[in-house]
Design a protein around this ligand. Structure first.
Ligand SMILES: [Ca+2]
Ligand SMILES: [Ca+2]
Ligand SMILES: [Ca+2]
Length: 431
């Protein structure tokens, strides 16, 4: 594969040297700074985690609404949450259909038979891995949808909401088996609060609530999901006795998790750096915070193969050293110098983060740190102070292996252009 074709001659031949290589060291450093916009969740303490679209909490389904209503929730969707996925639904065929749907690309509110058969559907991006407040408002002569306190859609409509009587309706947070026997899947993500009210609570843009909602005389259902892990009921705080049951109430039903362990929404990204670089790893956990972070580095000498990263200078097996800041934060900053390893000795190290909360712990995926030589003098590729055939051998060994040390033009790739740059420098006998 080597373009030398086995000819490792040490004889230099005169060769026109073109313009020097463009140094693009910044490329390596920028790559290391890839980060999720959300470094950690807000201080949500008590939430439920719906990890499958079959997860469900059954409700009695006895809310009574009139010409005004508000369905609202504070919710965090994961990217896998499907379209059309229910947050809350109270249903009886031809009798009742109160529905709130939140999906990554749409919001949906229904207060049958208002505007039947068409629910209010707003096509709108709901960013995943971030908390949002959603409110569907049915006012006397208008329906409105709010995302994070901002009106995102409305229409004129009138009439009264239909209520099932006699306890015949089914109702659930998440997945539901509707009274016709049809399965409707639920959202995938975290829910902090769900409140159903018999008034139109919002008529202008508002500052969205940042935590649990409160009950008042107009609240018909309020779930704040404050129960401990393993609880089989969630309490309706409205005083109407609409308590939820964690029960496999239909075939295929699964149960959400109360007090869930942290969920890593954005894994630390593998990155490359020059030896003089300052790479960064970022993890973004969501769920029941606040969160504690503990970064670890792969170290064959450590118990279990992973050692805690310490603030300041770290030394791991193989004589490697590095410095670190933020070893117990969501963002780990390494460098500015990644040790003084000679090239070709293995520049690959992995890092991971253990995220814990009062509800449990989760370990991120490992991310690989690749350290590239970024030689100031590529002709002296083996850094022994001289320029000779051993440098050509070392260069092609690295080049053939795709080792980033061979990226002598520092453009982020190892290819034929690097051969040209290396030989231009090598044949010129200098840097
Ligand atoms: Ca809550
Ligand atoms: Ca040399
Ligand atoms: Ca290159």
């Amino acid at each position: 594969m080597s373009p030398l074709n086995g000819n490792m001659s040490a004889t230099r031949t005169p060769h026109h040297r073109g313009p020097g290589p463009t140094r693009t060291r910044a490329v390596w450093l920028v790559r290391g700074a890839i980060a999720c916009a959300v470094l950690s969740s807000s201080a949500v303490a008590q939430v439920a985690f719906f990890s499958r679209n079959t997860d469900t909490i059954r409700l009695p389904g006895a809310t009574v609404l009139g010409t005004t209503a508000t369905y609202e929730t504070r919710i965090l969707l994961l990217p896998s949450s499907p379209a059309g996925a229910r947050v809350w639904n109270e249903h009886l065929a031809a009798g009742e259909d109160k529905t709130l749907i939140v999906a990554p690309t749409s919001l949906y509110g229904y207060a049958w038979p208002v505007a039947s058969p068409n629910p209010l559907v707003i096509n709108r991006t709901v960013t995943t891995c971030a908390w949002h407040h959603i409110a569907y408002v049915k006012d006397t002569n208008q329906e409105r949808m709010y995302l994070d306190g901002v009106l995102v859609g409305s229409r004129s409509s009138s009439g009264s909401v239909s209520n099932a009587t006699g306890g015949a309706a089914v109702a659930a947070v998440g997945a539901i088996r509707r009274t016709e026997g049809i399965f409707s899947g639920g959202f995938i993500g975290f829910i902090d609060t769900l409140r159903i009210s018999n008034v139109a609570r919002y008529s202008a843009n508002f500052s969205p609530p940042q935590g649990d909602l409160a009950t008042d005389a107009n609240t018909l259902l309020l779930l704040n999901f404050s129960e401990p892990r393993g609880a089989t009921t969630v309490t309706d705080l409205s005083g109407h006795g609409e308590h939820g049951s964690l029960t496999q109430w239909f075939s295929g039903a699964t149960l959400p998790e109360l007090c869930p362990s942290p969920y890593v929404c954005s894994q630390p990204a593998s990155t490359s750096t020059c030896r003089a670089g300052s790479p960064t790893f970022v993890v973004s956990a969501v769920g029941a915070g606040p969160f504690n972070h503990r970064w670890q580095v792969e170290d064959t000498a450590a118990v279990g193969g992973w050692a805690d990263v310490n603030e300041g200078v770290n030394a791991i097996s193989g004589g490697r050293t590095f410095s670190a800041v933020g070893s117990q934060l969501a963002q780990l900053q390494l460098g500015p110098a990644m040790g003084d390893e000679a090239i070709g000795l293995g520049h690959f190290t992995r890092f991971r983060c253990i995220v814990t909360s009062s509800c449990g712990g989760t370990t991120s995926n490992p991310a690989t740190l690749t350290i590239c030589a970024c030689l100031d003098c590529p002709a002296d590729f083996n850094e022994d102070g001289g320029i000779d055939g051993t440098d050509a051998q070392a260069f092609f060994a690295a080049w053939s292996g795709g080792n980033c040390d061979a990226d002598v033009n520092q453009d982020g790739g190892v290819d034929g252009a690097d051969v040209g740059v290396f030989f231009a420098a090598w044949e010129a006998g200098g840097c």
